[in-house]
Design a protein. Structure first.
Length: 457
């Protein structure tokens, strides 16, 4: 807490169960001054909106290849396996950057990292538009993935630094909703431009959006409200890095957050990123228009479920674990129903129901951050978010590769190939159940003393 102007101590406000843990020292147990809950308000919305706009553009660029697969194969003269390398490389770079980006956010602040990310993903999109060869296009997508990796953790950090802790879950869900809107823009806007104007105008033209968001980002974005600055990060180079990672990982809430993210996010991502269209067309006999409609349904459902999950968790933090476990259970049930349906093809109503349920995967994955956030003080929020955010992308890469290998090994038997979903879910579910008791107990321990501690004088 900031020092009070009064000579008598006054009780600090009770923290939300989703608030970052309050360090202690002269104002709390660890010797680091605690920070008042941010006030929120119109200025907070304005600053947060700038960060979310950057993330929105990053998602447009990230998903732009999804509407250009056939054109990319023709332009670079590659087969389907080589084409899938674009997505796998981008995911690999994104996942590998999460912890470094979290450390950068904690060390350098949100504005610097978000600005660097916008520069990199814009350069990557321009490079992809102008690349004459497959190798150069791969390098451009890797650069784009690197910049994209810097956006979401930065936006999460903005939410925790500008809004009261009780709003944390809702702001995270809203950020994810805006990201899914970027996915829709790729489908509804970029695809027609690509088919009408061609490759270079579509991708180079879309890169203008990256340049546009840089203007308010550099001029108006601030890391925190006035009077809510964090203490400077301690010097020490490698020691700082090791300390941040070690202390974040030691918290069972961080590890629980990673496994919640791991278990909930990947079914929808694998479906949207690569294997949904082939499954619906080749295994279920749909035409491309109907298949594209079902993929769009996932995105729309994701946006709707995001609002529901954010409101529920914001009002009832105890609902976090039931929602996460329920999402895993219902997703597995619908996948089993589709894959085991008697006959050659599942009916359209069942496929549509599967897609609506897959729309819950993104909002459920955000619950992982709601476990990591209260487990770590504000000075470690970036690192903890980076560790958590790795989970879903590691699961997605594992499943993307598993499905491909099983399809090749079984002669395109999608029922066997998609059974890998259950194996990955079982692994994640085991870890969630193993960590939940320890994480929730630790969370209660951290919050109870914080609620009772007086403000510093």
């Amino acid at each position: 807490m900031n020092a009070s102007a009064s000579s008598a101590p006054s009780p600090s406000p009770s923290p939300s169960p989703l608030s970052p843990s309050v360090p202690s020292g002269p104002s709390g147990p660890s010797g680091v001054a605690a920070v008042l809950d941010p006030p929120g308000g119109r200025r907070a919305v304005a600053v947060w909106s700038i960060g979310v706009a950057v993330y929105f553009v990053a998602v447009i660029f990230r998903t732009s290849l999804g509407v250009a697969g056939l054109e990319a194969a023709d332009r670079f003269h590659v087969n389907a396996s080589a084409l899938s390398t674009f997505s796998l490389l981008q995911l690999l770079v994104y996942a590998g950057m999460q912890v470094p980006v979290g450390l950068m956010v904690d060390r350098l602040g949100t504005k610097r990292v978000l600005t660097l990310g916008a520069v990199l993903f814009t350069a990557g999109q321009i490079g992809f538009a102008l690349s004459p060869t497959y190798a150069m296009a791969l390098a451009a997508r890797a650069l784009l993935g690197c910049g994209d990796a810097m956006t979401f953790i930065s936006v999460l950090r903005l939410g925790t630094r500008w809004f009261p802790a009780r709003r944390g879950a809702l702001m995270a869900q809203l950020a994810g909703l805006v990201g899914m809107a970027g996915n829709l823009v790729s489908t509804l806007v970029l695809a027609p431009v690509l088919h009408g104007a061609g490759w270079v105008p579509a991708f180079a033209g879309s890169a203008v959006a990256g340049l546009l968001v840089l203007v308010p980002l550099t001029l108006f974005l601030r890391d925190h409200p006035e009077g809510h600055a964090l203490p400077p990060a301690p010097a020490g180079g490698g020691g700082f890095v090791r300390r941040q990672i070690r202390d974040s990982w030691r918290e069972p809430g961080t590890r629980l957050g990673l496994w919640v993210h791991f278990t909930t996010q990947f079914p929808a991502m694998v479906f949207l990123l690569l294997w949904g269209m082939p499954f619906l067309v080749e295994a279920q006999g749909l035409d491309r228009t109907a298949a594209a409609g079902l993929l769009t349904l996932i995105v729309a459902a994701n946006m709707g479920w995001g609002l529901v999950y954010g409101q529920v968790i914001g009002r009832r933090p105890a609902a976090r674990l039931p929602l996460a476990l329920g999402t895993v259970a219902v997703t597995a049930l619908l996948w089993a129903s589709v894959l085991l349906y008697p006959g050659e093809h599942a009916p359209m109503w069942l496929l549509a129901t599967l897609c609506v349920v897959l729309g819950t995967c993104g909002p459920a994955s955000m619950i992982g951050f709601d476990f990591a956030r209260p487990a770590n003080p504000a000075q470690r929020q970036g690192t903890a978010s980076g560790i958590t955010n790795m989970g879903g992308f590691l699961a997605s890469m594992t499943t993307l590769l598993s499905v491909g290998v099983l399809l090749d090994a079984t002669g395109d038997d999608y029922r066997i190939a998609f059974s890998s979903v259950f194996v990955v879910e079982l692994l994640g579910l085991t870890q969630i159940l193993r960590l939940r008791g320890k994480a929730l107990a630790r969370e209660r321990e951290r919050l109870t003393p914080a609620a009772a501690a007086p403000a510093a004088v």
